[in-house]
Design a protein. Sequence first.
Length: 161
Amino acid sequence: MEMPEFKPPRPGEVEIELPATFDAGVYFIGRIRTPWTSTSDCPKSSRLRSDVVARIEIFPPFTAGLKDLGLFSHAVALYWLDRSRRDLIEQLPSHLTTPRGVFALRSPVRPNPIGIAAVEVVDVDGTGLSVRNIDCIDGTPLIDLKPYFASLDSVPDATRP
C-alpha cells in the first residue's frame, strides 16, 4: 500500500528522523472493515459512532483463536494505523493552544501507530466478529484481540489535564 502524502507540520510541531531498522516483527491477524475510507470521514473517537457495526475479519490460521470470545460482551482490539504519519514527536491538536508530546496524546500520529479500542462484541462466527465502537479506516490491519475485563482494563479514578 502506498503511503498518503502528509500535510506539513503545524507551527510548534516537531518532526524526528525515524530509525533505519525495526526492533520486532508483527503478524497482522486480520483486517477491520468499516464504512470509513479516509481519515477525514473517520470519527475521531470510537464513541462518536457507536451506532456503526464494523466487521473484524480474522485470517487463517488465526481463526481458532476466536473460540469463546463470544462469551464476552466486550473485547480490546489492537490495530496498526498503517496510513498514519510516524515522524511527529510533538503535535499541536486543533483543540489545544500549545503542542504536546506524542505520548501525552491519543493521536494516531505516533512512532508506532497502534490503535486501541474497547469494542462491544455484537457477534462472533468462524471467520471473525462484528463489533461496535471502533474508529479506523476500512482495511486497517488487526494486530490482536483480547477480552475486556473491567477489573483489569478500567481505572475509575484516573485523571487527565
